[in-house]
Design a protein around this ligand. Structure first.
Ligand code: G3H
Length: 251
């Protein structure tokens, strides 16, 4: 039985004061963690404020990125070891914005997954195709290759604990959501890929999110699909009311 996981990805939005206000508004209205995991992934500069504000509540805390080394001369990077020390639960890796603007490769993303697991932080591994790839009907091949590269060398136990986020680039921030059938089809493709690479148990345990213009109006339909276990939500996670509607979609 997979616990649904609804994650906000704040991207480059919110400061520590806004973070505290947000958490104060949501912290007593969140679902039980056994029913739905409610997570916010915030910029590194907000994580301390977020973690402290969320203490004692059902809110889980994640980072938006980390480096694959724990320490050293890597100016500007975020250490997975320090994320662990701060009590951070999850970390997004391989978001399409990082692949595009910061030139992250499949190999980087695999190294980041290894480094996060080595530190006990759960990666949310993003994948997804461009509009051009979708129009060429190559989305399945594209995403299968991304998943194979991201998971290379990971164990059954690690993959079973991981979260994979399918985010078609053409649906991110555009208001153009993939239909629930399109999202289901790709999430099933990802689960089938994990089944081929690992085994039934791992495939049945790995949680797969859909991301791309998820909002309170479409979350229920998406979450009703058998292979969609959660959402990775940008814009609609920035306001307390909207975030609460997303995480409480079962009400
Ligand atoms: O990580 C989240 C995605 O990029 C989706 O963003 P969006 O909900 O604003 O479309």
């Amino acid at each position: 039985m997979r616990t649904p996981i609804i994650a906000g990805n704040w991207k480059l939005n919110m400061n520590p004061d806004q973070t505290k206000e947000f958490v104060a508004a949501v912290k007593n209205k969140l679902p039980n963690q056994n029913t739905v995991e409610a997570l916010i992934c915030a910029p590194a500069v907000d994580l301390d404020a977020l973690k402290k504000a969320a203490a004692g509540s059902n809110l889980l805390v994640g980072a938006e990125n980390a480096y694959f080394e724990d320490e050293g001369a890597f100016t500007g990077e975020t250490s997975p070891k320090v994320l662990k020390e701060m009590g951070i639960d999850y970390c997004i890796i391989g978001h399409s914005e990082r692949r595009e603007y910061f030139h992250e490769t499949d190999e980087d993303i695999n190294k980041k997954a290894q480094a996060l697991f080595a530190n006990g932080v759960t990666p949310i591994i993003c994948c997804g195709e461009s509009l051009e790839t979708r129009e060429a009907d190559q989305q399945a091949e594209w995403v299968i290759q991304q998943i194979k590269a991201a998971l290379a060398g990971l164990t059954n136990d690690q993959v079973a604990k991981a979260v994979i986020a399918y985010e078609p680039i053409w649906a991110i921030g555009t208001g153009k959501t993939a239909s629930s059938d399109q999202a289901q089809e790709m999430c099933k493709t990802i689960r089938d890929t994990v089944r081929d690479l690992y085994n039934d148990e791992t495939a049945d345990n790995v949680r797969i999110q859909y991301g791309g213009s998820v909002n309170p109006g479409n979350v229920k339909e998406l979450m009703a699909k058998p292979d969609i276990d959660g959402g990775l939500v940008g814009g609609a996670s920035l306001k307390p009311d909207s975030y609460l509607a997303l995480v409480n979609y079962q009400d």
